[in-house]
Ligand binder design. Structure first.
Ligand SMILES: *Cc1c(COP(=O)(O)O)cnc(C)c1O
Length: 418
């Protein structure tokens, strides 16, 4: 995958737009996305899966900006949503309900009703009580809701503890050994149609081997269900393909496609996958400005105007983001260890710690790479910092796809009530 950022005449550009121009026009901190990068990712995945009966559902929780949803919808993707809010976003972006799959362990009756009214493609059900509730809600509307059960294959995805989801001890899915029991139950429920299973074993998988283990179990479950007389005509293979944050080699999607081919492609099932991070992770950047450089007793602190409320991944997942200066640093410059921190009153408010970094001037701009997934979507108003803007770059132009929140907008939900 070609990098969408490069120095041109000493200034860092994304596609053909200088980051400095975005900072000047939109201010900092700001998220910057590359439309060409996201498009190239989608096309690469599509090409790797060519010839297999696989549909791509973009897991919008990775980056649910309306412009990003529209971009992938325009390329032909359906959407994987995990809340009523995400369904509302998909619909607002013009995606028909029929191209939406609804996942998640805690859907409410209201969310189910909204999704049924929107005519969604499928509910990925994660427990027996959820299946019963879905049946009730569908009955109240006089319809039959299309469902899959999310099975938990008890496979270790070998990723960060907070984003592994396919082990027995995780809250996700239904023990795969209970699949038959669930299909038998569904057969007694008049308002759900269960003909599908889904798996999602975790996020940021850097090795594809766990997919093989999970899909082999899915295959086994499909065959035994069929033997017991149940119809299984669709399998949802989940997301989780990792991206490189530090220059390490990411999984090869050709290897992933090979696993799909080897394990489930011959089952005469429609297949779908739900990538999130893979499509957007490396295609977003977090642009922030240096406020102060402070020489502490032990190390140098670079205090920037972006913080953990904007980008929580470093403190939540010990995530690493490459950081580069917008102005090209002179070669051979002496580097020292620095902490790059935000203005928030928490010691966990850092974007990087103990990082080798050259001299940076106060007022200069730095970019955190690979901030396209689980970045802006996880931002909050902590410390009453307004949500930062998001910008989409296309070639030599860019547009603001989320405005910076104003103080008035931030306070509007409380005003007049106290
Ligand atoms: C989060 C999630 C995804 C996407 O995960 P990525 O690691 O971003 O690819 C897909 N499916 C389900 C059910 C999810 O919860």
């Amino acid at each position: 995958m070609s990098e969408q950022v490069s120095y041109q005449d000493g200034a860092l550009h994304v596609e053909r737009v200088p980051f400095a121009r975005i900072a000047e026009e939109v201010g900092t901190p700001v998220y910057v996305y590359s439309a060409s990068g996201m498009t190239a990712r989608y096309r690469a995945l599509e090409a790797a899966l060519e010839g297999l009966p696989v549909s791509i559902y973009y897991a919008i929780k990775a980056n649910s900006n309306l412009a990003v949803i529209k971009l992938f919808a325009g390329l032909g993707a359906g959407m994987d949503v995990v809340s009523g809010g995400e369904l509302a976003r998909s619909l607002r972006a013009g995606v028909p309900g029929s191209k939406v799959v609804f996942a998640g362990v805690g859907k409410t009756a209201e969310e189910m009703a909204f999704a049924i009214d929107s005519g969604i493609h499928q509910f990925n059900v994660e427990s027996e009580p959820e299946l019963r509730l879905l049946n009730e809600v569908a009955a109240s509307k006089g319809v039959v809701a299309p469902a899959a059960i999310r099975v938990n294959p008890d496979v270790d995805a070998k990723t960060h503890a907070k984003i592994t989801t396919g082990r027995k001890e995780n809250k996700f899915g239904i023990d795969i050994a209970r699949a038959t029991e669930m299909f038998e139950l569904a057969a007694t429920l008049k308002n759900v149609s269960l003909r599908s299973m889904s798996v999602h074993i975790g996020s940021q998988l850097m090795d594809v081997a766990p997919y093989r283990a999970a899909y082999e179990r899915l295959r086994g479950a499909t065959l035994s269900l069929r033997q017991a007389g149940h119809v299984v005509d669709h399998l949802d293979l989940g997301g989780g393909i990792g991206v490189s944050y530090d220059g390490s080699t990411p999984p090869d999607i050709a290897d992933y496609a090979e696993i799909v081919k080897d394990t489930v492609a011959d089952l005469d099932c429609r297949l779908s996958i739900e990538p999130g991070r893979y499509l957007v992770g490396n295609e977003g950047y977090f642009l922030t400005r240096v406020l102060f450089v402070k020489h502490g007793a032990e190390r140098r602190f670079v205090i920037v105007d972006g913080a953990m409320n904007d980008l929580i991944r470093p403190t939540l997942y010990e995530a690493h983001h490459e950081i580069v200066t917008v102005e090209e640093s002179p070669a051979g410059e002496e580097a020292g260890l620095v902490d790059i921190v935000g203005p928030i009153c928490e010691s966990g408010d850092y974007l990087a710690r103990g990082r080798k970094f050259g001299a940076v001037a106060e007022g200069s701009l730095v970019v955190l790479k690979s901030a396209g997934a689980y970045g802006a979507v996880m931002s909050s108003n902590y410390n009453s910092r307004p949500l930062c803007p998001e910008v989409l770059v296309e070639g030599d132009s860019f547009r603001v796809v989320r405005r910076r929140q104003s103080f008035d907008e931030m306070l509007a939900l409380e005003e007049g009530l106290s």
